[in-house]
Write a protein that binds this ligand. Structure first.
Ligand code: SAH
Ligand code: SF4
Length: 363
């Protein structure tokens, strides 16, 4: 049985592999333990970050992603600043307390300056009450610093896979998709003082359980503050789609994602872990199930309805036809059913990060 592993203070790669290989009955023990550790360390509150998908224009060509540069099968859009501010006002008025601004990756001065201005305006308009996470890809240190100074205080940059060989099966092998640069960006974000999040996709072609175990050890080793990870969901207009018959079933990818979340909660009890939207693409209650096994962050989509269909990173994206307020109502009912309550009006920053800060100040 796995009890002796669950009670360990540190997991080895072998321990993690054993936990990833748990049978259905054993997994219940893993989930229960993760739920208990979550309750003890971060409580049973879910914090909202209203998700704004700012633009689907991207200069990169990741092999898994539906909005990659080479995909010509859909309309590109960039939200007007006013639409972004309107979404931010909605989040503020609904007491969501935080936003995530996400976009395809662009490096132009126009893009970076515009983001700075938006961040400043959102902070001003919300009386500095809205917390802002950004997820805008790899940038120069000076750009990250500018955005930090403008008011963003959390950054999400998934490593996608921490295994270099696998990384290059998922990305073109060129300067724009450099594995070392992605790691170095995560380090830079931490240095600047962002609460820094990373994550991976689960159930990718060529991915083995060993890779997933290494990914969790990578997150621990990088001492990250937040994690967003979820199942890989194939997209027909991408190069990786050719491997669709070699994948685990969507259900298996889903279960593996829950196990990954539960194990990470045990390894890093005080970090923030998002219930990734991709979970809901596979199971209508996917995110709620993640909240029951260790996740504590939810990102309700508040992108204006007309654009949602075009921010199609993967197929079956949930809630693409709904208005943001509909999502809020259904979310609330579903979250209450999980035994969690919503931390309305609270940033819900990473306790892991805050305690590190405090230790630094104590010296
Ligand atoms: N361009 C930025 C942020 C937007 S993409 C970046 O890449 O960092 C946000 C995340 O969507 C990516 O990190 C990736 O993990 C996820 N994603 C892309 N395609 C996906 C797919 N087919 N299945 C599941 N997640 C996907
Ligand atoms: Fe662009 Fe991000 Fe998609 Fe890669 S994952 S193609 S960087 S939006």
């Amino acid at each position: 049985m796995i009890e002796h592993i669950l009670n360990k203070a540190f997991f080895s790669k072998t321990d993690i592999l054993r936990l990833l290989n748990t049978t259905k009955d054993e997994a219940v023990l893993l989930y229960q333990k993760a739920a208990k550790v979550k309750e003890e360390h971060v409580g049973n509150k879910v914090y909202f970050r209203g998700l704004i998908e700012m633009s689907n224009i991207c200069s990169k060509d990741c092999f898994y992603c539906g909005i990659r540069k080479s995909n010509k099968q859909f309309e590109r859009y960039t939200l007007e600043n006013e639409a972004i501010l309107e979404a931010a006002r909605f989040a503020y008025s609904e007491n969501y307390a935080s936003l995530v601004i996400q976009s395809g990756e662009l490096q132009s001065a126009h893009f970076t300056d515009n983001i700075s201005n938006l961040l400043k305006t959102i902070k001003l308009e919300s009386n500095h009450e809205l917390g802002i996470t950004i997820s805008l890809g790899e940038q120069e240190k000076s750009v990250y610093q500018k955005w930090f100074n403008a008011g963003a205080h959390r950054y999400l940059l998934r490593i996608e896979s921490s295994n270099k060989e696998l990384y290059y099966k998922l990305h073109p092998k060129d300067k724009e998709h450099d594995f070392e640069n992605r790691i170095s960006c995560i380090r830079t974000l931490k240095e600047i003082g962002f609460q820094t999040g990373t994550g991976i996709m689960i159930g990718l072609p060529f991915q083995k359980l060993e890779h997933l175990a290494e990914d969790l050890l990578f997150m621990k080793d990088m001492d990250i503050d937040m994690c967003g990870m979820g199942p890989y969901v194939e997209h027909a207009d991408t190069p990786l789609f050719q491997y669709k018959d070699q994948l685990l079933s969507q259900r298996e990818r889903f279960v593996l994602s829950l196990k990954m979340i539960a194990i990470l909660r045990l390894m890093m009890p005080k970090i923030n872990i998002a219930a990734a939207t991709a979970l809901q693409a596979i199971d209508p209650l996917g995110r709620e199930k993640a909240l029951k096994v260790g996740a504590n962050i939810m990102m309700p989509n508040i992108t204006p309805g007309v654009y949602r269909n075009d921010y199609s990173l993967y197929q079956n994206k949930p809630c693409v036809d709904e208005e943001a307020s509909d999502c809020k109502n259904c979310l609330e009912a579903r979250i209450n059913l999980t035994g969690n309550t919503i931390g309305y009006g609270q940033w819900g920053d990473s306790k892991h990060f805050l305690e590190k800060q405090k230790t630094l100040l104590d010296y």
